[in-house]
Ligand binder design. Structure first.
Ligand SMILES: *[C@@H]1O[C@H](CO)[C@@H](O)[C@H](O)[C@H]1NC(C)=O
Ligand SMILES: *[C@@H]1O[C@H](CO)[C@@H](O)[C@H](O)[C@H]1NC(C)=O
Ligand SMILES: *[C@@H]1O[C@H](CO)[C@@H](O)[C@H](O)[C@H]1NC(C)=O
Ligand SMILES: *[C@@H]1O[C@H](CO)[C@@H](O)[C@H](O)[C@H]1NC(C)=O
Ligand SMILES: *[C@@H]1O[C@H](CO)[C@@H](O)[C@H](O)[C@H]1NC(C)=O
Length: 676
């Protein structure tokens, strides 16, 4: 204890001494400099050790702050294993030559915005084994040369999705041993391409030993140069939310790494499924069926197997509006002609991304992408369209850009079919295109009819093209990205069972870069903008995204979506509300019944377990209409004192998840004890 009290004053003493010394030394130096311009170097601040003039070692010195007066020319600093609990916003200023900074094994719990802003040469930063909780937009500002960043073994819960924007030199990111639960798809992107595509320059990413249950596919798809990805020791939910994983693994073989450790069975530690229960102990990359299926209460005789219920919820892609408009004037050598006005939907797939650092200030990135074009047609147009483009439903027509027709308000070009590439199916297709955004009109494009998605009223075309852009890294450093995330942690109540007539509340917990706009979509498809209040205030949405209902009715049951928007970014979370009648059992056909007998007054033990993907939550509805929610991972047995014997179905077990539920009644008959 005393040593703790002594330390600061000692420290202060050192710094004061050092400051005094520095002034004197500076004076001497300045005098010397006139005489001997090249020989001088500033002294080593106490209590550090400087093996070389540009190197400062201060490990295991019980330091409480970064030493003051670090020489300006220093290139390497090691302050590992001290008791530094703060980095001031000027502690590291003017260290423009610094290339390596290690402050691992300290007590740093937060970093002031811009703490590193002067460290323009820093290539490696190690803040492992500290107490950081959050990395925001400004935490890493200025680290434009940073290639390796070690943030492992902190307490990070949130990384702002724009934290790494502009850090285009970053290749290695160590985040093992934190508390990350959820990551925005753009989290690790270091530059933005055409203002639309988020791309990461990372090659090595360590996310092991966090509390992640899922990952968005874009997160890895937008890291074209990823070589190593570590995901072990996270509680992965192996359901349809991560079904992309298999395809990604196939196209990026060997990128996912297991931790090598001879002490472990098999010699390695791989990412494992933690739920649903039937997938436990299966390796994530070996999991065969990453699907979602309805809950099924385990019972004696069941013949039906759970059905996939993957497509039954909408995703954020379904809520994104079109990104632009395109008009197409189609004609061919047979004299067929047709004009279409269409909307351009948000990018569907990025098939290929590549980037290359040309020099310190420029990257070149190429991407291949496709957009969905939807055009409304009438019967007459549909027939024309059929003649012009039906050929191009199995394979695309390759079109080359020709003369420009107009520049204002949007550019318009003539495209002609490439007779060499399309030698087999050549119809002399000509297309006048006017598009917004203009970058859709590249020198060559492919146009294809999406036959399965087309109807006589709405035609769906696919436009595929390659984009190339030279990215100015300095511009990227100044760019601000807007983003929004809806918290979906294990404590987020997304599935609810509510007794008819009771109140209910759903909370959409947001993190974002600015003022998000929240909307709720109800089971009937109607949308409520926050803030909202229905007549008589039965249903209301507060500004912070809370949806409240005063008395739930049968029509309230179903799937709800919270939709949050900030500029271009959108996040969606679905909720599922089921209603329980207070008296009668619900009118369900497939309800299953378990009967049992018990002595009045004896404790009873009820069992209910369900399978499904993801795991179902078990809710017990008790005789008093009280509802007890057992989290998916806990015991499925409820022990309840049978002090209120009821001869009908008084105990209901409801297994619910995402979009479905199943319910079973437990019927009791009380037995009179023989010996009394
Ligand atoms: C440093 O922090 C202080 C207060 O904590 C603030 O007033 C000042 O503007 C900051 N300086 C810089 C350069 O960020
Ligand atoms: C597409 O065109 C319509 C009507 O011409 C316009 O209202 C809409 O804003 C345009 N959409 C985009 C994304 O430019
Ligand atoms: C991008 O495409 C151009 C030609 O379109 C090619 O010369 C260049 O090598 C490509 N760059 C990368 C990084 O793929
Ligand atoms: C895009 O580039 C690929 C090669 O990377 C090429 O095969 C393809 O034809 C190009 N697509 C278009 C529409 O130019
Ligand atoms: C939720 O996750 C935390 C770790 O973040 C864990 O400690 C806790 O037990 C989990 N709760 C449930 C109900 O699964």
């Amino acid at each position: 204890m005393t040593s703790h009290q002594v330390k600061p004053s000692k420290q202060l003493l050192y710094s004061c001494l050092w400051m005094k010394m520095e002034r004197r030394v500076l004076w001497v130096l300045q005098t010397l400099l006139v005489l001997l311009p090249s020989v001088v170097s500033a002294p080593c601040p106490r209590p550090c050790f400087c093996p070389q003039p540009a190197e400062l070692h201060c490990t295991f010195r019980s330091l409480l702050t970064i030493p003051a007066a670090v020489p300006k020319h220093v290139k390497r600093i090691n302050l590992g294993f001290n008791s530094i609990d703060k980095i001031g916003n000027t502690s590291l200023s003017r260290l423009g030559k610094l290339e390596l900074l290690m402050v691992h094994g300290n007590n740093i719990h937060s970093l002031p915005d811009g703490a590193f802003r002067d460290l323009l040469s820093l290539q490696m930063l190690k803040i492992s084994y500290n107490k950081l909780k959050e990395i925001n937009r400004y935490t890493l500002q200025g680290l434009w040369s940073l290639a390796r960043l070690h943030l492992d073994h902190n307490q990070l819960e949130l990384i702002h999705p724009d934290a790494f924007q502009g850090l285009t030199s970053l290749r290695f990111l160590q985040l093992e041993g934190n508390q990350l639960q959820q990551l925005h798809p753009a989290t690790f992107s270091t530059f933005t391409f055409m203002g639309q595509f988020y791309i990461s320059t990372l090659r090595h990413l360590y996310l092991s030993d966090n509390v992640l249950t899922s990952l968005p596919s874009q997160l890895v798809e937008t890291m074209p140069q990823l070589e190593n990805l570590y995901l072990h020791e996270n509680p992965w939910t192996c359901d349809c939310s991560i079904s992309w994983f298999h395809d990604w693994e196939e196209t990026s073989p060997g990128v996912l790494k297991c931790k090598k450790d001879r002490a472990l069975p098999g010699g390695q530690l791989c990412p494992m499924c933690s739920s649903p229960r039937h997938m436990k102990t299966i390796k994530l990359h070996a999991a065969q069926r990453l699907v979602c299926s309805s809950p099924v209460i385990n019972s004696l005789h069941r013949t039906t197997s759970p059905e996939d219920s993957e497509s039954e919820t909408l995703t954020s892609a379904d809520f994104r509006g079109p990104i632009g408009n395109i008009s197409l004037g189609l004609s061919d050598e047979h004299g067929n002609e047709l004009d279409l006005q269409c909307s351009v939907d948000k990018l569907k797939e990025l098939t290929k991304i590549s980037w290359e650092q040309v020099n310190k200030l420029q990257l070149v990135a190429n991407i291949t992408f496709s957009v969905d074009i939807r055009c409304s047609v009438d019967r007459e147009k549909y027939e024309q369209l059929w003649k012009v483009i039906a050929y191009y439903s199995n394979g695309p027509a390759h079109l080359e850009r020709g003369v420009i027709l107009s520049k204002d308000p949007y550019p318009a070009y003539v495209y002609k079919q490439d007779s060499v590439q399309d030698a087999q199916y050549y119809t002399g297709l000509k297309v006048k295109m006017l598009a917004q955004p203009a970058w859709l009109l590249q020198t060559s494009v492919e146009l294809q009819l999406n036959r399965p998605q087309s109807s006589t009223r709405m035609v769906n075309l696919i436009l595929r093209t390659n984009l190339s852009e030279t990215v100015d890294t300095e511009l990227q450093q100044r760019l601000r990205r807007s983003w929004v995330m809806i918290e979906s942690a294990n404590r987020t109540r997304k599935v609810m069972v509510v007794v008819l007539g009771s109140p209910n509340e759903m909370l959409c917990n947001l993190h974002s870069s600015g003022q998000p706009v929240v909307q709720w979509m109800l089971p009937d498809g109607s949308k409520l903008n926050s803030p909202y209040s229905s007549p008589e205030n039965r249903v209301s949405v507060s500004r912070d995204g809370r949806l409240k209902m005063k008395e739930v009715t049968h029509t309230d049951a179903g799937i709800y979506y919270c939709i949050a928007n900030v500029h271009e970014d959108l996040a969606v979370l679905s909720f599922y509300l089921t209603i329980q009648e207070s008296s009668r059992p619900p009118p369900m056909e497939d309800i299953s019944i378990t009967s049992m007998e018990e002595f009045a007054g004896n404790p009873i033990s009820l069992e209910c377990s369900a399978s499904g993907s993801p795991d179902a939550e078990i809710h017990w509805i008790l005789p008093s209409s009280r509802i007890v929610n057992l989290q998916a991972t806990s015991s499925k047995t409820l022990v309840y004192f049978n002090d209120q014997i009821c001869s009908n179905a008084c105990y209901h077990c409801r297994a619910a998840q995402r979009t479905h539920y199943e319910q079973r009644q437990h019927i009791f008959s009380s037995r009179v004890p023989k010996h009394r």
